[in-house]
Write a protein that binds this ligand. Structure first.
Ligand code: ATP
Length: 306
């Protein structure tokens, strides 16, 4: 659906995209995950045919972007970062307009219903809230029944309900079909929840790409387990378990911490030690590494303040 090879784009001295290569296959939701200024939007805009690359090659639905995307335009749906919608038109008018541009549009009334804007059909777009505009942008993007969906930070303005709705709509469009979606996000949660594969991008470069689970397994395997136990429990009991990290005194009890490359053997040895020594295990917490840990490891920076 998308094939990007050594893509480059500079603005003056700023190299926004510095040799990116990746593919998006049918049935995939791929996320470009990276901090502000990583080059995500520039990459999307090149793939949407809105910007010319300085170098490299990009094919979208088999069409070279440098030749223009006109022949495949009706197979593409786009949700821009801040949607510049016609503010004076009504929601219904805009939906009718979009549907007219595509050969096989979807049912506009059903789409507006789906995004919770049915009763806003006669309202001017300019009167909608930021989140409502974002929902409308999503409905318009899929009105033409596109094969390929581009979403630039699609949930930045949405409340948790709106975010879950949009995730569902993207999944429904793509899962088990020959369609695909490419989105940008800063949110690890979004990448983890929605994307079949994630490309971690920083300074216009691809640092790693894979499914969220594969990236975590490859770069930050392991898990952290902790639990509370009796304050007087002897430290030697726990120190004998592989992965023991320390005992943290708390009022009237202790919290014991373990970390190991694999969760299952760690839990098994903890259970064996508990049977042998009979200590209490309360308020057990199990934390696996996240994409944020992967990002931290690859760049040395936290994603949110990178
Ligand atoms: N039109 C432009 N003119 C000059 N520089 C630009 C332009 N657009 C982007 N840049 C610069 O290119 C770099 C990449 O920007 P881009 O918007 O692609 O990143 P991004 O990963 O999408 O960031 P964000 O998450 O903030 O949207 C940044 O340093 C940015 O300042």
């Amino acid at each position: 659906m998308i094939e990007v090879q050594d893509l480059r784009k500079s603005y003056g001295k700023t190299q926004a995209v510095a040799g990116l290569s990746f593919r998006v296959e049918p049935g995939e939701v791929v996320g470009l995950l990276g901090p502000n200024g990583a080059g995500k939007t520039t990459t999307m805009e090149i793939l949407e045919g809105l910007r010319r690359p300085d170098g490299g090659r990009a094919l979208v639905l088999g069409r070279d972007v440098s030749k223009g995307l006109q022949p495949v335009r009706t197979r593409i749906g786009i949700v821009l970062q801040s949607s510049a919608l016609l503010e004076r038109a009504t929601v219904g008018e805009l939906m009718r307009l979009y549907r007219l541009m595509y050969p096989e549009p979807q049912d506009g009334t059903a789409l507006l219903q789906r995004v919770g804007l049915a009763e806003k059909t006669d309202a001017q777009v300019g009167s909608l809230s930021g989140g409502q505009k974002q929902r409308l942008a999503m409905a318009l993007a899929i009105a033409g029944n596109p094969d390929l969906l581009f979403l630039d930070e699609p949930t930045a303005n949405l409340d948790p309900q709106g975010r879950a709705l949009l995730w569902d709509m993207v999944r429904e469009r793509v899962a088990g079909t020959g369609r695909a979606a490419l989105l940008t996000t800063h949110s690890m949660e979004e990448a983890q929840a929605l994307c079949s594969r994630v490309a971690i991008v920083d300074h216009g470069r691809l640092l790693a790409m894979g499914s969220p689970a594969a990236l975590v397994n490859e770069h930050c395997p392991g898990a952290h387990v902790s639990f509370e136990t009796e304050a007087q429990a002897p430290v030697e009991t726990f120190a004998a378990v592989e992965g023991f990290q320390g005992l943290e005194p708390q009022p009237g009890r202790s919290r014991v911490h373990f970390a190991a490359p694999r969760l299952e053997p760690l839990l098994a040895s903890l259970m064996a030690a508990q049977v042998a020594h009979g200590f209490a295990i309360e308020n057990l917490s199990v934390e696996r590494s996240t994409l944020g840990d992967v990002f931290l490891k690859l760049t040395g920076r936290e994603l949110r303040d990178a």
